[in-house]
Design a protein around this ligand. Structure first.
Ligand code: C2E
Ligand code: MG
Ligand code: MG
Ligand code: MG
Length: 284
């Protein structure tokens, strides 16, 4: 019986392994056509001034519907794109599309918003990426200051000295930077200062821990905010889902809030409506 179970165990294992490999292959193949066939899109989630609630920016988040698999989460297809060497193309499309949208909103008379774009580590390490990003923005007639790249803390710290030089290149072109998912990695404080980023985004893990009522999450967030403000860095809390979280974060001096409590990531037309119903703090 044990032998039988073992064999069954293996066959289940093989099946799930095979299913996962097949899914990854389907995603990889589907991605080839995704840019041309319009199945890839960007949704936008507002970032709010914590004191006034006004919209002060938005994060662009990639969305993709595969013809057979349906909606595939960005974590999944970005990971496949990284492994299959397609991240360069997809990442460039994201920047181009965000720039096109910034231009379209400007054309509609919307107040300019700073748009955040997530970067994968492979993009950051690609030689010539800074030039590519600058060229795309210039071709779209978009001021690089309207673009803020988000890089996760763990990636930024993997090779901190290289990151510092990269960020310097980006800053020289006028782009802004944020450290994403802050608090989950191990940042050297010295580097945080040298990076000269505009924003730190507190990981939603800490934000959600505020609900448990214990003093730890609150103390950690307070320490992050104090540190960031000492270095003249803005603090954004991500994953804010409740009124309670928002008010604690406001009390602690967090500059901006982002999360389902304010809005889910929305397709452009819905995002425009969301902006029209709320005050927008103009950038310029
Ligand atoms: P991220 O940059 O940390 O983005 C925040 C994620 O949290 C998004 O998930 C967002 O939809 C979700 N979120 C926002 N507010 C809340 C909330 O109140 N509660 C909860 N539970 N979740 C919230 P999403 O869109 O699935 O993206 C996941 C990750 O995929 C992103 O994490 C980012 O690392 C990556 N990603 C998304 N778009 C792109 C892209 O264009 N390029 C690259 N390289 N990565 C991307
Ligand atoms: Mg992000
Ligand atoms: Mg994040
Ligand atoms: Mg994340």
């Amino acid at each position: 019986a044990a032998k039988q179970a073992g064999r069954n165990g293996y066959s289940i294992y093989d099946t799930s392994m095979r299913r996962r490999a097949e899914r990854a292959l389907a995603i990889q193949r589907g991605l080839h056509a995704a840019i041309e066939d319009g199945s890839l899109s960007l949704h936008y989630q507002s970032k709010h001034d914590s004191a006034t609630g006004a919209i002060v920016g938005a994060e662009a988040l990639a969305r993709w519907t595969h013809p057979e698999l349906g909606e595939v989460p960005p974590m999944e297809f970005i990971a496949v794109a990284e492994r299959s060497g397609q991240i360069g193309r997809i990442g460039e499309w994201v920047i181009r599309e965000a720039c096109r949208q910034i231009g379209a909103w400007r054309g509609q008379g919307m107040a300019p918003l700073r748009i955040a774009i997530n970067l994968s580590p492979l993009q950051l390490n690609q030689s010539g990426f800074v030039d590519t990003a600058a060229r795309i923005a210039a071709e779209a007639g978009v001021d690089p200051a309207l673009i803020l790249f988000e890089v996760t803390e763990s990636i930024a710290m993997e090779n901190a000295e290289r990151t510092r030089l990269m960020l310097r290149d980006f800053r020289e072109r006028g782009f802004e930077f944020a450290i994403d998912d802050f608090g989950t990695g191990y940042s050297s404080l010295a580097y945080l200062q040298k990076f000269q980023v505009r924003q730190l985004k507190i990981d939603r893990f800490f934000v959600q821990a505020l609900d448990e009522g214990g003093p730890e999450a609150r103390a950690i967030i307070a320490a992050i905010i104090d540190l960031a403000h000492t270095l003249a860095i803005e603090v954004v809390a991500e994953g804010v889902e409740t009124q309670l979280q928002a008010s604690v974060l406001r009390t602690l001096g967090c500059d901006q809030l982002q999360g389902y409590h304010f809005s889910r990531p929305l397709p452009p037309e819905e995002f425009e409506r969301h902006c029209r119903t709320l005050m927008v703090l103009a950038l310029v």
